[in-house]
Design a protein around this ligand. Structure first.
Ligand code: FAD
Length: 506
């Protein structure tokens, strides 16, 4: 069939059917808008299809039943008694102090938490680079976002944890694997709006349609070559995700002092479709890009694919019970450290990889999953550490010494070698396991500048009328380090704002 030129007109056009796009679409539809979602891939969900299922939000009720250790008290007190770096920091500290004092004065029990503490930790962890106003919006609305998710049918475990890469025991873990619980709930919710919401699969957007300085629609092409002009009466929402999968953009913006080589030698945990398309479209019309040099590598990539899939058959959700050794069998970094610190340390090791060492408390040796990983050549299993060392080609005496020393640190509670603090389980129950892993491009913290209402901002500081953005396509929210479990907060909180505002031309 000859490709057609097709024109459609709706109230709101959403570019990207990942988490941020689907939440924006729901939010716009809730306002009575007609919506078209343009999706490049043949499936919905974007990185939700591979995500770890963790969402951070303070939760007073659950936290009131938890314990607050002396170490946690010390962490809070250190953070609020630090000399402020600037006025923003001083205000952030004052807000936490007020909440903490009020919490103590009320005779509260359990684990202290508040939106202000969540925000201070998030901002500090991102090296105070992020726009604190946006951090506050995310943290103030994270719990509301969580209850909204529950109301539309996303199921979470009852118990709060401190998820991998997160900073505090405020992590809600999804019951269903990866993002399937989220994607199903989003799609089912959108179905309620019938033909007011249209999802166009395999139809990547490529150009924003302008009327002067205002965005009034989007051009897209489907897999048959049909060309669409999709006019937006009320607004266009950019939700195309980050650029971890775009080597050119990575090298253009992020290579430098922190990451010396981001060429295709560095694989990615992201889906193939996540190539910064929205950032490129926005750049073409003169949008301001912020924090573009901030990229996060994750230390958990499969050494062959870069993905986090195909390498984590362990029982828990995080890596509290494992150690990392290099090709010499030596530990070289605190395994509970910041992601960028761990990744840089790994990249300095010979070959730029490490072996994650598990025991049978951590991986069920009889599980079919472990068996499959072993058959696939991703995982090695041996009855003794000596045998394991032989399988992975590291000096036996070094691997044995590394494990024995680590076990001593668990007993004494002090790791003299790396300063690791999470010392909860020894590695002493065979069979033992090893998986080869590498740092992999995971999250791009930079992107289009937005204000607190998700309006996209031109280089001259003015608002781009008609254009909104949410999710990983935006910059300014995570700063120098995206905290584990905070990215989906970002998509939910800002996606809801973007959908509402676009629908109402606000
Ligand atoms: C392996 C992994 C595990 C993670 N685990 C967690 C976790 O446990 N907790 C957490 O908070 N965060 C986690 N994250 C981060 C989080 O999943 C993402 O930041 C978040 O899902 C991004 O959502 P998004 O909608 O902004 O973008 P994406 O999920 O990247 O979605 C963008 C969508 O836009 C589409 N698209 C792209 N270009 C175009 C175009 N030109 N036209 C139309 N459509 C287009 C894409 O196909 C995609 O569907 C994880 C990320 C990865 C990779």
């Amino acid at each position: 069939m000859t490709p057609q030129e097709i024109t459609k007109t709706v109230d709101v056009v959403v570019i990207g059917g990942g988490g941020a796009g689907l939440v924006s679409a729901i939010s716009a539809a809730e306002q009575g808008s007609s919506v078209i979602v343009l999706e490049k891939a043949p499936f919905l969900g974007g990185n939700l299809t591979v995500f770890g299922g963790i969402y951070n939000a303070p939760d007073k009720e659950k936290q009131s039943k938890m314990e607050m250790s002396e170490a946690v008290k010390k962490t809070i007190e250190t953070a609020i008694n630090t000399e402020p770096a600037n006025e923003v920091h001083a205000a952030a500290i004052a807000a936490v102090k007020a909440d903490y004092e009020a919490w103590k004065a009320n005779g509260s029990v359990g684990l202290f938490d508040s939106a202000s503490w969540f925000a201070l930790q998030t901002w500090n962890s991102g090296d105070k680079v992020a726009n604190k106003e946006l951090v506050d919006i995310m943290c103030n609305n994270a719990y509301d976002g969580f209850t909204w998710l529950e109301n539309i049918g996303v199921e979470f475990n009852d118990k709060l944890t401190q998820g991998a890469g997160s900073l505090y025991q405020r992590t809600h873990g999804a019951v269903k694997p990866s993002g399937s619980g989220f994607i199903n709930a989003y799609v089912e919710t959108l179905k309620k709006y019938g033909d007011k919401v249209t999802i166009m699969m395999e139809t990547p957007a490529d150009t924003l349609i302008m009327e002067g300085k205002k965005v009034v629609g989007v051009k897209a092409t489907d897999k048959f070559g049909n060309k669409y002009t999709v006019n937006a009466n009320n607004g266009v929402i950019l939700a195309t995700g980050g650029f971890a999968g775009n080597v050119e953009l990575r090298q253009e913006y992020c290579e430098g002092e922190k990451w010396k080589d981001l060429s295709d030698k560095v694989l990615t945990t992201n889906l193939k479709a996540i190539t910064g398309d929205g950032i490129i479209m926005a750049r073409e019309i003169g949008v301001n890009l912020v924090d573009m040099d901030q990229i996060q590598l994750l230390h958990l990539g499969n050494a062959f694919t870069g993905s986090t899939k195909g390498v984590i058959p362990y029982k828990g959700r995080n890596s509290d019970e494992v150690i990392f050794v290099n090709s010499n069998g030596d530990r070289f970094v605190a395994e509970d450290g910041r992601r960028d610190v761990m990744c840089n340390a790994i990249l300095e090791q010979e070959g730029g990889f490490y072996w994650m060492i598990h025991d049978s408390k951590n991986i069920d040796p009889k599980s079919a999953e472990a068996e499959n990983f072993i058959k696939g050549g991703y995982l090695y299993r041996a009855e003794s550490l000596e045998e394991l060392a032989g399988l992975i080609g590291v000096p036996k005496e070094n691997l044995v010494a590394s494990v024995n020393e680590y076990n001593k640190y668990v007993e004494t509670g002090v790791d003299d070698l790396t300063g690791r603090k999470l010392l909860v389980a020894t590695i002493d129950e065979g069979p033992f396991f090893a998986a080869k892993r590498v740092p992999s491009a995971h999250h791009t913290m930079g992107g289009v500048e937005i204000d607190s209402e998700t309006h996209v901002i031109y280089k001259d500081g003015s608002i781009v009328e008609g254009l909104y953005a949410a999710g990983e396509v935006t910059g300014g929210i995570h700063g120098g380090n995206r905290v584990g479990g905070n990215a989906v907060d970002d998509t939910v909180v800002f996606g809801r704002i973007a959908g509402y505002n676009a629908a109402n031309k606000k």
